[in-house]
Design a protein around this ligand. Structure first.
Ligand code: ADP
Ligand code: ZN
Ligand code: MG
Length: 657
């Protein structure tokens, strides 16, 4: 399918604003997750003897010893000295930590207890904390006091060894254990960091059915199949049909991707594991991977069921050749790939995922056997918007005079979430005006309010822009219709699509083609240039909306010259490329297959060819100006035209003329 998508350059300002918007919508999603009533998965913390118990035990013993062991009172060192001078102390035991004095000389066996008790035998015991004093020993000598040191007791020794060696060492081991157990998957870990945070929403709990989702008909059609598979997984097993393993919902924020996934679970009546990509991303390497493993284990136990990974891009970002890669995310992604390969959808587990940035996903995720099916969930068209407005107005007192078609017509580019918000805003306005029902005026005002906000985020196009887009797309379509050998137009749309496309024209090849003639290639270039040419004819000026068209047109012409040998000077010569290839920011090779002079020729030739074709397209469209006006006006009215409708318009006006 050939598409002509119009979008400004990705890195431009509008693109950045869109990112900001994505963030806002994401935050909303997070809030939604906190909804009560969702059953958390069972945690089974078994009693395990681990290093923490040992450490705690030792700590307790040494503390009890320190606090409750009876000890003689300590006195000040000066007082201790005075007692020696006065002759009260007759015997002193010296150790690193204490000096113990006895009032009578005591035998060794009793003296031993002196460190513990007060008094021992018939001696009073004094104890002091020693002070560096070189005159102390001479004092003892001069007073004839018996003094000695005694080796530390086993208990004391143990206490010391424990504090200086075992404790720090033990802590280290514990820390290591702690980290490694998290890497191993948290099972048996010290704390259940690795446990998955997935919410198990059991059957019916999602409470959402397909009928609650409006507008996304194509997506729904695809998903009905998934539901059927989940409901009748045994039947599929028996016949041996190949069933999808992973389905990726792709579309801008707020278009109902999360809702659709819930609806699948709701319709199939199966358990539903919902997890957001961000839940897998953790500070510690290995935790995310452990969560993935856990999630799949749990899902397999509950089959048939659905795993839903929202915001897949958070973990599915392309791994790329970056040197400063994010190990954690990469491990998590790898684990996801492994798990997806490792199970068979015959087991009845289907993986749904949603993303609004499919272009940044790792290609490995999209390979067969993984997310091999992609479902586009796009912003709703006119009818879709009307249906969504009706759904969200079910519980709102809307006056019977309100015409939802009008509201829908005024809300091009609104997503489902925007429309839900619109109904709410209108209801609030009605309440503020002290009305019992919501009337048309409330909607009009709410639209103005929201459009202003959304326009700032440059997502909703205003009336003038819409007009430009309509003529632009009609330009593509008309050139396609009047170019020999061009693929027929399948669809023209001015509903903003994807993250940045303002409108699109889709062409469907009438047959599979591998060989394309020179004329056909130039025809493609013409079609691509048709958008901008139409803008110039109708408005007398051009916009930036054609940058994607131009890049593709230029690319085609360049290839014609350098690869297909279709230029005057280098007829039948393959020139190859003059590009350097980069790997992770490091230039690895530079292939220069032709000279600077040739480069100059190529550049000039490209410019000349494009210019030539552009003039031709301008002539063609000027000639067909009646059609241009007719189709563009119709497009402004209905927003989407399929191939037949488009052709019918042309035929009718030809007949009329
Ligand atoms: P996404 O996951 O694509 O960002 P959500 O599924 O979270 O969007 O949609 C957000 C809200 O917008 C939904 O809860 C719903 O109220 C509304 N909504 C979005 N799309 C639709 C739709 N097609 N039909 C009805 N409501 C919709
Ligand atoms: Zn275009
Ligand atoms: Mg979502």
């Amino acid at each position: 399918m050939e598409e002509t998508v119009d979008r400004p350059h990705r890195k431009d300002e509008t693109g950045m604003k869109r990112e900001a918007l994505t963030k806002i919508v994401k935050d909303k999603d997070k809030e939604e997750k906190k909804k009560p009533g969702l059953k958390p998965p069972e945690n089974k913390p078994g009693f395990r003897i681990n290093i923490w118990y040992f450490l705690g035990f030792f700590l307790l013993v040494s503390m009890v010893n320190a606090f409750f062991g009876e000890r003689p009172q300590t006195i000040e060192f000066s007082e201790f000295k005075n007692k020696i001078v006065s002759g009260e102390i007759k015997q002193v035991e010296l150790s690193d930590t204490y000096y113990t004095g006895f009032t009578t000389e005591v035998p060794d066996a009793i003296a031993k207890q002196g460190t513990r008790q007060d008094p021992v035998g018939n001696a009073n015991v004094y104890r002091t904390i020693p002070v560096q004093d070189s005159g102390f020993i001479p004092l003892l000598d001069s007073k004839g006091v018996k003094y000695y040191t005694r080796p530390v007791s086993v208990g004391e020794m143990f206490g010391k060894v424990f504090l200086t060696w075992i404790l720090p060492f033990g802590l280290l081991i514990a820390l290591w254990w702690f980290m490694s157990s998290r890497m191993r998957g948290g099972a048996g870990g010290v704390m259940s960091f690795g446990k998955n945070k997935a919410q198990l929403v059991s059957e019916g709990d999602t409470g959402i059915k397909f009928s609650d989702v409006a507008g996304a008909d194509e997506a729904k059609e695809e998903l009905v199949e998934v539901v059927d598979f989940l409901k009748n997984s045994s039947r599929y097993d028996a016949i041996g049909g190949k069933v999808p393993k992973g389905v990726l919902l792709v579309g801008p924020p707020g278009t109902g991707k999360t809702m659709l996934a819930k609806a699948v679970a709701g319709e199939a009546g199966t358990p539903f594991f919902k997890m957001s990509g961000a839940d897998f991303v953790e500070l510690f390497v290995g935790v995310g991977a452990a969560r993935v493993r856990d999630l799949f284990k749990e899902a397999r136990k509950n089959a048939p069921c659905i795993i839903f990974i929202d915001e897949l891009d958070a973990i599915g970002k392309s791994r790329g050749p970056s040197i400063t890669g994010n190990d954690e995310r990469e491990q998590t992604l790898n684990q996801l790939l492994v798990e997806m390969d490792g199970f068979d959808s015959k087991g009845g587990v289907i993986i749904l995922a949603a993303t609004n940035r499919p272009e940044i996903l790792d290609p490995a995720l999209l390979r067969p056997g993984r997310f091999d099916r992609q479902v586009l969930v796009d912003r709703p068209d006119l009818d879709g918007r009307k249906a969504i407005l009706e759904i969200h107005s079910r519980n709102v007192q809307v006056d019977s005079s309100v015409d939802f078609s009008k509201v829908a017509a005024a809300t091009v580019g609104f997503s489902g979430a925007d429309l839900a918000n619109l109904v709410n805003e209108a209801a609030i306005l009605a309440v503020r005006r002290e009305r019992k029902t919501v009337i048309q005026e409330d909607f009009t005002e709410a639209i103005e309010k929201l459009v202003a906000g959304l326009e700032k985020k440059s997502r909703v196009i205003n009336k003038k822009e819409k007009e430009i887009v309509a003529y632009h797309e009609t330009g593509h379509a008309l050139v396609a219709a009047f170019t020999e050998g061009a693929d027929p137009v399948q669809k023209i749309s001015i509903v903003p699509r994807g993250m940045a496309a303002l409108g699109y024209t889709m062409q469907l090849p009438s047959e599979d083609r591998f060989l394309i003639t020179e004329d056909e290639l130039l025809g493609r270039v013409d079609v691509l240039l048709g958008g901008r040419a139409a803008e110039q004819i109708v408005f007398g000026k051009i916009s930036n909306g054609a940058s994607n068209d131009l890049s593709r047109a230029t690319d085609t012409v360049r290839k014609m010259i350098t690869e297909y040998g279709m230029s005057e000077k280098f007829k039948n010569v393959y020139l190859g490329s003059n590009q350097s290839s980069y790997l992770g920011g490091m230039q690895t090779s530079e292939r220069k297959e032709y000279s600077e002079k040739t480069q100059l020729y190529i550049d000039e030739q490209i410019a000349a060819t494009i210019n030539d074709r552009y003039e031709k397209v301008l002539r063609l469209l000027r000639e067909k100006n009646d059609y241009l006006q007719l189709v563009a006006k119709k497009l402004l009215e209905v927003e989407v035209l399929d191939g037949e409708q488009f052709q019918a318009l042309l035929d009718d006006s030809t007949k009329a003329a």
